[in-house]
Write a protein that binds this ligand. Structure first.
Ligand SMILES: CC(C)(COP(=O)(O)OP(=O)(O)OC[C@H]1O[C@@H](n2cnc3c(N)ncnc32)[C@H](O)[C@@H]1OP(=O)(O)O)[C@@H](O)C(=O)NCCC(=O)NCCS
Length: 176
């Protein structure tokens, strides 16, 4: 298990998601859904089934890490997956997601996990990493641009949240 010190001095532990994390993982997403509209979690969303949860643990084309506080609670996660690993033309593309509880944002964890995620992609021979981000998500855009991603397009009115339409940017990075 790796240790990471936040900018304010607190310590978190980082490791891949494990089978025993199921309950903590569900609680994490429930809290996240209350805190932000910038992920696709939403309050009241049904929990993942244990089967769906287990499926992500044992795939060689997908990796998820978690950040854990000193009390053992999951406070963040980052994942990356090769979506069409079986397709000869599309197997070089991967999508990612990254999210932390509010109390843990702006503390350097984003940079740390993006590097980890990119290294996994390079080791797997991935050529293109991509994601969608709400256009108003200033923190995520700042992080992605600082990590070498570029905005390659805009999806207008991609989400309708609290009576408001939100545009999404498509962002990507090509790995040399
Ligand atoms: C978006 C998110 C993952 C960013 O991670 P983070 O840990 O807060 O980012 P970091 O602290 O590592 O900051 C990375 C860089 O972005 C910059 N940044 C972070 N938040 C910023 C903000 N609100 N405005 C401008 N720049 C910001 C930092 O200055 C930092 O630059 P530096 O490394 O040169 O100092 C995190 O804020 C989060 O989980 N938000 C809620 C969920 C979410 O939006 N997920 C992304 C969905 S696409």
């Amino acid at each position: 298990m790796e240790e990471f010190y936040l900018k304010d001095g607190r310590k978190v532990y980082v490791r891949p998601l494990e089978a025993g994390d199921f309950e903590g993982f569900c609680c994490f997403f429930e809290q996240l859904a209350e805190e932000t509209i910038y992920t696709n979690q939403y309050p009241g969303r049904p929990r993942k089934s244990q089967e769906a949860y287990n499926a992500q643990l044992y795939s060689e084309n997908f990796c998820r890490w978690v950040a854990i506080d000193e009390n053992g609670a999951i406070v963040g996660t980052c994942s990356i997956g090769i979506e069409r690993a079986d397709h000869p033309w599309l197997k070089h593309g991967a999508g990612f997601g990254i999210m932390f509880l509010k109390e843990y944002t702006g503390q350097g964890l984003g940079r740390f996990f993006m590097q980890k995620m990119e290294q996994w992609a390079r080791d797997k021979g991935v050529h293109r990493i991509s994601a969608e981000v709400r256009a108003k998500n200033v923190a995520a855009l700042a992080l992605y641009l600082k990590c070498g991603f570029v905005v390659e397009g805009l999806a207008r009115h991609a989400a309708f949240i609290n009576n408001e339409w939100h545009d999404h940017y498509y962002i990507s990075k090509i790995l040399d």
